[in-house]
Design a protein around this ligand. Structure first.
Ligand SMILES: O=C(O)CCC(=O)C(=O)O
Length: 283
């Protein structure tokens, strides 16, 4: 079965893997992550309508593996790493970062984009595992992928931070021009994986419940910093352009015998704003 998944991933740039986890494991992690988000977001009292368009697509809490040891078990679960490494066809993976993404009830769509341009990683052996804590369908923030869009090796920065992406921005992008989006139904325990170059989007959440997911971004061990665009995962440990990305901020994720410890150095208070908003760990 893994062979078929690899074939499909190579062709399409994404795959949904059924039953990676049992429902009871997911139900357990759902409660742990809910508590973590509540704690991280305690200073953010805004309602959905007061948030930026980007934040109306999802609430984001990154690097949860650092400050929540139980979540660390999920992020570094070897089942995820094994599938991700087989799909990418590489033997060792590091974690770039993990994050919970909550598309609140009534939250708007996630605009089309691909992820690689957000990350200053030279090589493109990158992949995201997207783990939902509820069944996901067209009513509640379902992810949709542009099949084959990872094959054009050129990346295109689509700035989803600055508000709704205008359709005219997408019109000339060869990766997605004329490609029909493939929306994926997921049930509890399923995980979807998408390549860092695969274009994707998500529908609005028209249900009355928040759509909560945990995602883990992996990259091939030995990859180098590609440019000087700021990113916590490389700027925090001081990795320069051209250097191999190797530090306790992005530890080995697969294959490992022991789950890594949190990074030695805490995030500096230069990023207090991000910490107060719950995006990053505080202590
Ligand atoms: O969960 C979403 O709505 C978007 C997720 C996404 O863009 C990603 O994981 O790369």
């Amino acid at each position: 079965m893994l062979k078929d998944l690899v074939k499909s991933f190579k062709e399409n740039g994404f795959v949904t893997v059924p039953d990676v986890f049992s429902s009871s494991e997911i139900e357990f992690y759902r409660e742990v992550i809910k508590d973590a988000i509540r704690e991280r977001k305690q200073n953010d009292l805004r309602t959905l309508k007061d948030k930026s368009e980007y934040e109306q697509s999802f609430i984001q809490c990154q690097n949860l593996w650092e400050d929540y040891p139980v979540i660390r078990k999920l992020t570094f679960d070897q089942r995820l790493g094994e599938i991700a490494s087989a799909l990418l066809g590489v033997s060792k993976l590091r974690v770039w970062h993990d994050q919970a993404l909550v598309k609140e009830a009534g939250g708007r769509e996630t605009d089309p984009h691909h992820d690689q341009p957000y990350w200053p990683i030279k090589e493109t052996n990158t992949i995201t595992a997207w783990i939902p804590f509820c069944d996901v369908s067209e009513k509640n923030g379902q992810m949709g992928f542009y099949p084959g869009s990872h094959k054009v090796q050129e990346s295109q920065f689509i700035n989803i931070f600055s508000g709704k992406v205008d359709d005219s921005e997408l019109i000339d992008i060869p990766q997605i021009k004329d490609i029909k989006v493939d929306y994926q139904d997921l049930k509890l325990g399923d995980v979807s994986f998408h390549h860092g170059l695969t274009f994707h989007r998500a529908k609005s959440n028209d249900s009355s419940e928040d759509r909560m997911v945990h995602t883990v971004i992996f990259f091939e061990d030995g990859s180098k910093r590609g440019d000087d665009k700021f990113h916590f995962s490389v700027d925090r440990p001081g990795i320069e352009v051209g250097q191999v990305i190797k530090s306790d901020v992005t530890p080995l994720a697969y294959p490992i015998k022991n789950i890594p410890n949190a990074p030695k150095d805490k995030i500096s208070d230069d990023y207090l704003g991000y910490k107060m908003l719950g995006l990053l760990p505080k202590d």
